[in-house]
Design a protein around this ligand. Structure first.
Ligand code: ZN
Length: 187
């Protein structure tokens, strides 16, 4: 497995629509393995393909004791109204914002063998993470869902942070995994 470089905000691929996965190839399995490794190394709870410069419609998540790959995922139902919570993103390091998400979502996706499955009524961190990752698969980032004032502040913070990432790429350090995942979700 390998740690992949993470594209940060400013990289055009983060704003592109992804393409449906039609075939589970050995190369795709390797990509998924590498994405899990990259997410863990970056101390994240989710990672979508565009964040590693790929256009396949898939993401990995590790939240609320659920470690999943979701291929061609779709939200099939929403319930419980909206809940506000703080989010971060591995593609926008050090910038956080309050985002309204559906309290519960049911997501339909394919697993690594191509079998369809449903994650029913996902809430809490998992529900938020699934919504965040599915946004990524349609060229959306959490900034798009912030109120105008909070978005302005987040954009200003990112203007300073982004100077640390020449060519819009974040290279993860080689070495041991971080000891544990932080309380704030970076996806
Ligand atoms: Zn993200």
């Amino acid at each position: 497995m390998a740690r992949l470089d993470i594209h940060v905000l400013g990289s055009p691929i983060l704003r592109q629509e992804t393409e449906l996965v039609t075939q589970i190839t050995p190369e795709l399995r390797r990509l998924v393995d590498d994405m899990f490794e990259t997410m863990d190394a970056a101390n994240g709870v989710g990672l979508a393909a565009p964040q590693v410069g790929r256009i396949e419609r898939l993401a990995v998540v590790d939240a609320d004791d659920q470690r999943l790959v979701i291929i061609n995922p779709e939200i099939v139902s929403k319930a419980g109204g909206l809940v506000r919570g703080e989010e971060g993103c591995l593609s926008i390091p050090e910038v956080y914002g309050d985002v309204d998400r559906h309290a519960l979502v049911t997501v339909r996706a394919q697993d690594i063998d191509g079998n369809w499955f449903e994650i029913e009524d996902a809430g809490d961190l998992l529900g938020r993470c699934l919504q965040h990752e599915i946004d990524h698969l349609h060229g959306k980032i959490f900034f798009d869902r912030l109120s105008l004032l909070k978005k302005r502040r987040a954009v200003r913070e990112w203007e300073e942070e982004k100077t640390k990432y020449p060519r819009n790429v974040r290279v993860l350090p080689v070495g041991d995994l971080p000891p544990e995942k932080s309380a704030t979700a970076d996806t």
